[in-house]
Every structure is written in structure tokens, then in C-alpha cells.
Write a protein that binds this ligand. Structure first.
Ligand code: PLP
Length: 396
């Protein structure tokens, strides 16, 4: 049996080279950056180096980069910080039905407790919003548009440049959750006219527990964590120096390797997609095809299959994958993303997300293709939903 990890969109292993760069900041260079002695100055210098690395990677200026504890925190800051600052100007926020829960649960909160009015844009069958819908949803009370760069379940990439241009022209702030996208494809905040952006280190071979909030200079926002003067007083708390160093190093390495890795990932992704579509009958590929899909994402629905059961079967063969839906809470609700692209409950429940990464090889793809068809066939043979489906299709 092989061990095949195919859940790189959930998290990536920390690159050993990144870890080596981080390690001294736990033990040798441990000074509190706010202190006055030279040990502390070394910590401060390390943070500023990382700020520069992140800025260079996304086409920003170093003073536009704020370190957070996660992508989730950056998303919270974008929404709550904007709403608190601009609520006297307007209370309307536009987002989409397929955002990560870091956005959706925050907009829920703002709606229920703070009087925000939220529009959730629909998406088409591939998971893309329409600029026309965005334009039609905008009112004179709209203060923020938050549209994810690329979706974590189905990998669909949004028309970010067109959204950025429209928002800039209208004077509406534009935030994008690029936690998945920035780990896979080039992201340039200036070219795309992005005002705020969220990133996370653990999706790009950096450590867990470190994120980035990009805030374009001149954009006024409430501070997020109140306390000491760290991060210019905007996000207080003693800095996670090792994590920040890891974030800077990981994003720099990723940028340098991206063109080469991207081409290989696309090749492996397309091999996996073709193989599954050919070897498992009645399979639906969820998400976009080609360049509008993240290089590492595959997401399928198999009628007559419970995604959770499939994961256990795959796990027993050494394969780590995901349904793609946020079932961490043990909730049996189907994925909000798959429902938003128009899938039936049955198909949404039978989803499988396999996301590839630097460790993925042709042998891994071959192995998945050698076990998946049999697992699906076996589960289907026990499924009443499959039986019904066969009856409706004349037994085929
Ligand atoms: N946004 C998206 C699109 C994600 O995929 C994730 C994590 O899966 C997050 C936000 C949350 O990031 P973090 O785990 O750093 O809080």
C-alpha cells in the first residue's frame, strides 16, 4: 500500500528548508522585538525582512503588509475593520455564496449583531460570479466588495481584475481572500487593483498559525487587535517571529519555484481528472476547466456515493483526501459551494476533492486510479440512491 497525501488545499507540510530558516527564532534569536537591546533588534530585523519578502511576492510595499495569526484573522479584519470604519457612510457589503466560512460566518455576524446588509452574489455552474450581477447589486450604501480569488473546494478562479477595476472606478473597497490562490498562481495587488487581501502561510509550505493582511496604503480601516504597539498598533500582540520568518521565506521560495511547479501540477491534475472521468462512470467534474481552475485542484461528484464513506475507504488504502466541504464540525449539510453551483443534494453529498502539491507524483496518480474505480463500484452496489439512478437510466 502507498501513502498518498492529496489534501494540499487543507494544509501543506512545512518545507524543511523553511523550517531550518525559522528554527533559530525559537531558541537563539528569541528577543521580544519591542525591547531595546541588540537581541531584540535582530528579531525586529527578521520581521522586517519577512515583510519585504511578502511585499515583493505580491507587488506591494512593505508598509502595506500586516502579519496576523491566520487567513481567517485577515478575513475578519477586512470585513469588521471596514464595516466599523465606514458604517456611517453605508452598511452594504457584497460577497458571494461560495466564500470560505471565514468570510460567511463574519458577514452573518455583522448582519445579525451590527446591522450590516449583505448581498451574496450567485455563481454559475462552474462557480464564477458575473460582473453584471456585481454591478446590479451595488448601491450608494455599498462600502465593500469581498470576493475570493479562487475557491478552496472547486478551485474556480474569479475575474479578479474586472472586479478590482469596477470597484476602484466606483470608489468601493475591494477585498479578496487569496488564501488558496496566492499559493498557486501569480497575484499582483497593484495590477489587479486590490485594496485588501488575505494570505495564509500553511497553504504554501510555511507554518500553521501565520497569516498576512495586505492593506493598500491610504485605505482607512479600524485596527483589529487592541493592545501594544505591534504592527503599527493596528494588530497588537507580541509577534510570532518564527512564524513570520517562515511566512516570508515560504512565499519567496514559492514565487521562485512557481512557474516550474505550476506546469507540473497542471499536468498531474489533468491526468488525474482524465483518468477519473474515464474509469468511473457517471462522474461529474465540479468547477471550471483549464486556466480558470487552480493548478492543484480536482473535485468530483459520484452519484450514489456518500463522500464521507469514500474518504474512509480511501484512507484504508493510504490515500488522504477530502470531500471539500467544511464537514469539520461533523455537520451533515451538503457543501454550500456545491449547492451554489446547482448540484442536487445527492451529487453534493457524493463529492471528492483531491488537491495536489509538491510531493505529488505520477505514481500517486496511477495508484489513485488503480483503487478509486473499485471503491466507487463497491459502494454503489450497496446504495439505494444508485439503484434508483440505474432504474431511471434503464439499468446503465
Ligand atoms: N480562506 C480560504 C479560501 C481557505 O481555504 C482557508 C483555509 O482553508 C482560509 C480562508 C482560512 O485560513 P487559515 O487556516 O489560515 O485560517
Amino acid at each position: 500500500m502507498q501513502n498518498v497525501y492529496l489534501d494540499y488545499s487543507a494544509t501543506t507540510p512545512t518545507d524543511p528548508e523553511v523550517l531550518a530558516v525559522m528554527t533559530p527564532y525559537f531558541t537563539e534569536v528569541f528577543g521580544n522585538p519591542s525591547s531595546v537591546y541588540s537581541l531584540a533588534a535582530k528579531s525586529r530585523a527578521a520581521i522586517e525582512k519577512a515583510r519585504g519578502q511578502v511585499a515583493t511576492a505580491i507587488g506591494a510595499k512593505p508598509d502595506e503588509i500586516f502579519f496576523t495569526s491566520s487567513g481567517t484573522e485577515a478575513d475578519n479584519w477586512a470585513l469588521k475593520g471596514t464595516f466599523e470604519k465606514l458604517r456611517s457612510k453605508g452598511n452594504h457589503i457584497i460577497t458571494t455564496k461560495i466564500e470560505h466560512h471565514a468570510i460567511l460566518h463574519t458577514t452573518d455576524y455583522l448582519e445579525k449583531t451590527d446591522g450590516a446588509a449583505i448581498t451574496y452574489l450567485p455563481v454559475d455552474s462552474e462557480g464564477k460570479i458575473s460582473i453584471e450581477d456585481l454591478k446590479a447589486a451595488t448601491t450608494d450604501k455599498t462600502i465593500l466588495v469581498s470576493v475570493m480569488f479562487a475557491n478552496n473546494e472547486i478551485g474556480t478562479i474569479q475575474p479578479v481584475k474586472a472586479i478590482g477595476e469596477f470597484c476602484r472606478e466606483k470608489g468601493i473597497l475591494f477585498h479578496t481572500d487569496a488564501v488558496q490562490a496566492a499559493a498557486q498562481i501569480p497575484v499582483d495587488v497593484g495590477y489587479l487593483k486590490i485594496d485588501m487581501m488575505s494570505l495564509s502561510a500553511h497553504k504554501m509550505y510555511g507554518p500553521k498559525g501565520t497569516g498576512v493582511f495586505y492593506l493598500r496604503s491610504g485605505v482607512k480601516l479600524e485596527n483589529f487587535v487592541h493592545g501594544g504597539g505591534q504592527e503599527k498598533g493596528r494588530r497588537a500582540s507580541t509577534e510570532n517571529i518564527a512564524g513570520i520568518v517562515g511566512m516570508g521565506d515560504a512565499i519567496e521560495r514559492m514565487k521562485a519555484r512557481q512557474p516550474q511547479y505550476q506546469a507540473n501540477l497542471i499536468r498531474l491534475r489533468d491526468r488525474l481528472i482524465d483518468g477519473v472521468m474515464k474509469s468511473v462512470p457517471h462522474t461529474k467534474l465540479n468547477g471550471a476547466v483549464g486556466s480558470e481552475r487552480l493548478p492543484n485542484n480536482t473535485n468530483f461528484s459520484f452519484i450514489g456515493i456518500e463522500g464521507e464513506t469514500l474518504l474512509l475507504d480511501l484512507d484504508s488504502k493510504g490515500i488522504s483526501a477530502s470531500t471539500g466541504s467544511a464537514c469539520t464540525s461533523g455537520s451533515l449539510d451538503p457543501s454550500h459551494v456545491l449547492m451554489a453551483i446547482g448540484l442536487s443534494h445527492e451529487l453534493a453529498h457524493g463529492s471528492l476533492r483531491m488537491t495536489l502539491g509538491h510531493g505529488t507524483t505520477d505514481e500517486h496518480v496511477d495508484y489513485v486510479l488503480s483503487v478509486l474505480p473499485e471503491i466507487v463500484a463497491k459502494r454503489r452496489s450497496m446504495s439505494p440512491v444508485w439503484e434508483d439512478f440505474l432504474k431511471k437510466n434503464g439499468g446503465k
